[in-house]
Design a protein around this ligand. Structure first.
Ligand code: FES
Ligand code: FES
Length: 179
């Protein structure tokens, strides 16, 4: 049994503590916006926030997240209104879409630490792989998201909705593409 706080809700889950967090999120909790790519912490498609830090959930045991705040793409905003999500839509960033929830989570974490990142900051922080090569649009969208901030607060919004349908429209699209 592992108890996790995911997107603001507590879940008591009948899983082995060493089960990778990614599989708990996807297969047990049903949050399929977080993707499996490499399984060895290289691609970033499984990125989530744990206590505000972006981490790769494929290599983290579920027990690591116990007592911490886990935020997935579904919890970034209720309705796709997070500045990064809006910038992604504005720049039409995704191509196949598979990597994009991880990219968005990484970008949101970057902006939380560096509200006005330079190109060099983005290059250093955004190590997620995109096989479609959307890197230029990702960079442009991050700059747009940075410009959309109206105050000095965090751009991270943690909501208590479990699986807000409109917030995961993009993720669902990716699932339909074969996730
Ligand atoms: S699936 Fe986790 S980093 Fe690739
Ligand atoms: S959009 Fe296809 S892998 Fe990134």
């Amino acid at each position: 049994m592992v108890e996790l706080n995911i997107n603001g809700r507590s879940h008591k889950l009948d899983v082995e503590p060493e089960t990778p967090l990614l599989w708990v999120l996807r297969d047990v909790v049903g949050l399929t916006g977080t993707k499996y790519g490499c399984g060895v912490a290289q691609c970033g498609s499984c990125s989530v926030h744990i206590n505000g830090e972006v981490m790769r959930s494929c290599v983290l045991p579920a027990s690591f997240a116990a007592g911490k705040r886990v935020v997935t793409i579904e919890g970034l905003s209720r309705d796709g209104s997070h500045p990064v999500q809006k910038a992604w839509a504005q720049h039409d960033v995704p191509q196949c879409g598979y990597c994009q929830s991880g990219q968005i989570m990484a970008a949101a974490a970057l902006l939380r630490k560096k509200p006005k990142p330079t190109d060099a900051d983005i290059e250093e922080a955004m190590t997620n792989i995109c096989r479609c090569g959307t890197y230029q649009r990702i960079r442009a969208a991050i700059h747009t998201a940075a410009g959309s901030r109206k105050d000095g607060g965090s751009v991270i919004h943690i909501v208590d909705a479990a699986v807000p349908s409109s917030a995961v429209a993009a993720a669902d699209h990716r699932d339909n593409a074969g996730a």
